[in-house]
Design a protein around this ligand. Structure first.
Ligand SMILES: [Zn+2]
Length: 80
């Protein structure tokens, strides 16, 4: 009878040990979702919102892509 309990306890530890890396992965994915909630910036050319880390900075403005940075700077230089 005691042997049965020992097997159950060992099984319990084994399951816990198996789930441990899975739990750490879940924590990591939670970290990445919190990373999505980072500061959002707006493209100065097309007003699209995007995470600051994905934006392209130029002339103190944020842009969604290199093309929009160039187009924005071109349209600004034309106004002068
Ligand atoms: Zn844009």
């Amino acid at each position: 009878m005691i042997f049965k309990w020992v097997i159950l306890i060992v099984l319990g530890f084994f399951v816990f040990w198996l789930l441990k890396p899975f739990r750490q992965k879940q924590k990591h994915s939670a970290d990445t979702t919190s990373g999505v909630a980072e500061d959002m910036v707006r493209c100065a050319y097309c007003d699209v919102h995007l995470p600051e880390s994905e934006s392209i900075v130029g002339n103190g403005h944020n842009f969604c892509c290199v093309e929009h940075r160039q187009l924005y700077l071109q349209s600004r230089s034309r106004r002068r």
